[in-house]
Design a protein around this ligand. Structure first.
Ligand code: CP
Ligand code: NVA
Length: 302
């Protein structure tokens, strides 16, 4: 039976822990079986731009002995109207697994429904679970554990935020989200949170309150891919007080770690001094995409 990774819920706590351990081995150069994907071809079907996700998957697949094949959807027949269901049925006859970067989660779900091979979410409008695997490894490297860590996310409540919510509940982190009114997580996500674990996820409209005692602070762009059309300036004005800067960080723990999934809009959601400063782990975080995704591929497709 094929295993997909469409949202963070698709992995159990034990599986996430195994992935993080295996990723740390890959990072240390202790790779064991280097040929988990030997003789296998993995597709990357992307409908949005990417630097990290595309390259870390392509390099990781190569390092595991497999062949990555990148398909930009606009250059495929999907760009001329071929359906996702037909495309998924065809591609899964060639590939052993497919990483999909797309818009609505239902489009990804449709792809997974018709694919006979594992489908991995390489980012949708509402989830970015591969990113969060790398985030967890980075937090573990810096703080030694995940359980009980206070993580504060500041800014627009987006795909990364949703995956952080799911991962925090799964792994026992305490997550505070600080967003301006109107940009908090969507009611459907918060209903799920209330049903599962009301205690560990807190929503604030005040960034200073939210970062108090934070072990880790995290932000992302204010305007996500696909989000570019809608009232950008009003949104940016509302988000200004949520910028991660030196003044805001004085309210966090003195040894706070700063994360950003990248790409960053320096001077908007984060300042140069913070992203390039001693608290920043953002480039380790970007590197960790490679190690965690290799462990994920080995588990799902190897
Ligand atoms: N963080 C991330 O997913 O980056 P890319 O958009 O460059 O893949
Ligand atoms: N929220 C951002 C993440 C980019 C990696 C976006 O969807 O554009």
């Amino acid at each position: 039976m094929k295993r997909d990774f469409l949202t963070f819920w698709d992995l159990s706590k034990n599986e996430v822990e195994s992935i993080l351990e295996r990723a740390a081995c890959f990072k240390a150069g202790n790779t064991g079986n280097k040929n988990a994907l030997s003789g296998k071809s993995i597709g990357l079907f992307f409908e949005k731009s990417s630097t990290r996700t595309r390259v870390s998957f392509e390099v990781g697949i190569y390092q595991l002995g497999g062949q990555p094949v990148y398909i930009r959807s606009g250059d495929s027949q999907v760009g001329r109207g071929e359906s996702i269901s037909d495309t998924a049925q065809v591609l899964s006859r060639y590939f052993d697994g497919i990483i999909v970067r797309t818009y609505a989660q239902v489009r990804l779900d449709e792809f997974a429904k018709y694919s006979t091979k594992p489908v991995i979410n390489g980012l949708s409008d509402t989830h970015h679970p591969c990113q969060v695997l790398a985030d967890l490894l980075t937090i573990k490297e810096r703080k030694g554990k995940l359980q009980g860590i206070k993580l504060t996310y500041l800014g627009d409540s987006n795909n990364v935020t949703n995956s952080l919510i799911e991962a925090s509940i799964r792994m026992g982190m305490v997550l505070s989200i600080a967003s301006p009114a109107g940009f908090e997580p969507k009611p459907a996500m918060m209903k799920k949170v209330r049903d599962l674990d009301n205690q560990k996820i807190k929503i604030y409209n005040d960034p200073v309150e939210a970062v108090k005692q934070a072990d880790v602070v995290y932000t992302d762009v204010w305007i996500s891919m696909g989000d570019e059309e809608t009232g950008q300036q009003t949104k940016k004005d509302a988000l200004k007080p949520f910028q991660i800067n030196d003044a805001l960080l004085t309210h966090a723990n003195p040894d706070v770690t700063v994360l950003h999934c990248l790409p960053a809009h320096r001077g908007e959601e984060i300042t140069d001094t913070v992203i390039d400063g001693p608290m920043s782990a953002v480039f380790d975080q970007a590197e960790n995409r490679l190690h965690t995704q290799k462990a994920l591929l080995e588990m799902l497709i190897g």
